[in-house]
Design a binder for this molecule. Sequence first.
Ligand code: GLU
Length: 342
Amino acid sequence: MAECTTRWYLIAVHHDATSARPVRGRFAPSPTGDPHLGNAFTALLAWVSVRAQQGVFVLRMEDLDKPRERPGAAERILRALRWLGLDWDEGPDVGGPFGPYVQSERLDLYEAAVRRLVEAGLAYECWCSRKEIAVVSAPHPGEEGPRYPGTCRTPDPTRAAARRAQGRLPSFRLRVPRGPIAFEDGVFGPQRIDVDAQVGDFVIRRADGFFAYQLAVVVDDAAMGITEVLRGEDLLSSTPRQLLLYEKLGLAPPRFLHVPLLLGPDGARLAKRHGAASLVELMERGEDPRAVCGALATLAGLARDGERLTPRDLVARWDPARLPRISLRIDPNAALFRTQVA
Ligand code: GLU
């Protein structure tokens, strides 16, 4: 039963307040398309928070999902963020002491982390196919897919040899402890999520060699000395998995702040079909970036309707307590856009 108690993660806030360690925050876009207003919202707030603490802002390109990558998207993201008025001290185009700042150039680090976990008995080879997992899982899989039932937790050398003989390769899964994981989010407050019950032992490296986002993001944030992760609320539920990886790898976790997502008027994630212009389109059609920045700041509770502002103007106003704690529906067609539901 001792294993079933809540695991509490006291995140680095304390540590940063009492030591001279500078705040290091980051924005980590995936180059899967043009940046939209939702990306701009997150990037802006991550930047303002870091600048308000005289910290270092890092830009990292998360390009592991090669099939979903769009040619030229990485360059367009950087161009659009600069147009909005953001800058970064370290990143793919400006370099820095913790590079490379592109995930596809850091695969050896992820491989080393997987090896360390496996050698320490904290992760294991899994020979199950997707189909086998679905068959033995609970009837109501969540959005993460079915919970992994732990079939390969205890190695079965005969089964492994048979699968190898068929030319198959294993994936690798982290051994997830029983019981909920609790942590304090800088915006949404106390969180308690049971990774074991919801996801089970999760994949850190797929059989085809693809490293899971969960693993890569932890390895990189730790290696880059990141002390503050501000990102979209959609990643709140993956934070406990990342906290487990920090623990198993013996790394210090950053402070987490999750910010609401921007949704279309129908409540679905903001997309082209809502008429949402990409940041690049807004730039190309000659919008004033200060109007866009002001509109985003209004949604974050940092500005009044219609104010034209640069990101710099927001630094003195930064207060994460003012952020709304629910997703924001906006009409991206309205001038510039209007909050419909707060
Ligand atoms: N690359 C992820 C995304 O674009 C963000 C990862 C993170 O901020 O932790 O959704």
